[in-house]
Design a binder for this molecule. Sequence first.
Ligand code: NAP
Length: 303
Amino acid sequence: MIVVGGGPAGLTAALYTARSGWKVIVLDPMGGGGQAATTDMIHNYPGFPQGIKGPELMELMTEHARGFGAVIEMDEVKRVTLGDRGVFSVSGQASTYESSAVIYCAGTSPRRLNVPGEDRLVGKGVSFCATCDGPLFSGRRVAVVGGGDSALTEAQFLARLASQVILIHRRNEFRAGLYNQKMVRENGKIVLRMNSVVDEIHGERYVEGITVRNVKTGEVEKEPVSAVFVYAGSSPNSAPVADLVETDDSGYIVTGPDMSTKTPGLYAAGDVRRKSLRQVSTAVGDGATAAFAAETYLMGRTI
Ligand code: NAP
């Protein structure tokens, strides 16, 4: 069994299948953890009433899957193909792997703003991971772009470190859930800039500021900031299986209720599939469902 992606969906699928006695390999470019491991605190995963740090939860999930015998390899999957005998060939950067079933849980990648200065200053103040890079900007003024749960969660994390957080959202209403909205509005270190977009990111060697435009009034202002954390949503990492699955207009993989795709033996689980709620808890459910369906398929039975 090959599991592509070591986030909550992939590690759950690996745990279930390995526990049932299958030989399981998980391929992940970072060696496991997924985007949940780059989240500071997760407050809505059941069983942790005080919340749990994203890296800690993912370390526990990794340990759990390994404990049942799953092998986790650091490799980035570029293409999955299906051979004549119903054997999948999974091509990574380091090696090629073969299996009779694949559970594809490659998640999503952060979407960029596509504004001048962004690409040039990635890693020099432009970041897609507050947990990773936030501590570099302790005591400094930083910007967060986006109005979803990621932007609002990470703005709260950054507010603990930075002198001030400018939260820039293109509409007048947040997309994020009400809990995060309340927490952000009550946080004295977070300044809201609604109806606003970033037109340019400035800086020679490092980020020094941004141009912010109010889309209602047309007013343009330069804000001095040392970092810009971009949380403008994500795109699904479905390209490696594009020939084997059906996707929606945004590239998310269409699955049946058992996580099956249009190719027998290929299952998709977690954020990469078309679904209404992308959370750690729903990814875990997807992973378990896909594992059960893949095992059933390998045993030549139908559910
Ligand atoms: P998201 O919900 O898709 O939000 C993306 C945000 O970026 C939206 O507010 C969107 O604005 C904005 N945006 C998109 N393109 C933009 C652009 N070019 N320039 C400026 N802004 C742009 O993505 P997410 O926040 O990463 O969340 C992804 C999923 O994970 C969601 O289902 C979310 O609920 C979940 N999540 C949950 C939690 C939690 O529950 N604690 C934490 C993190 C993530 P519009 O609103 O105007 O479209």
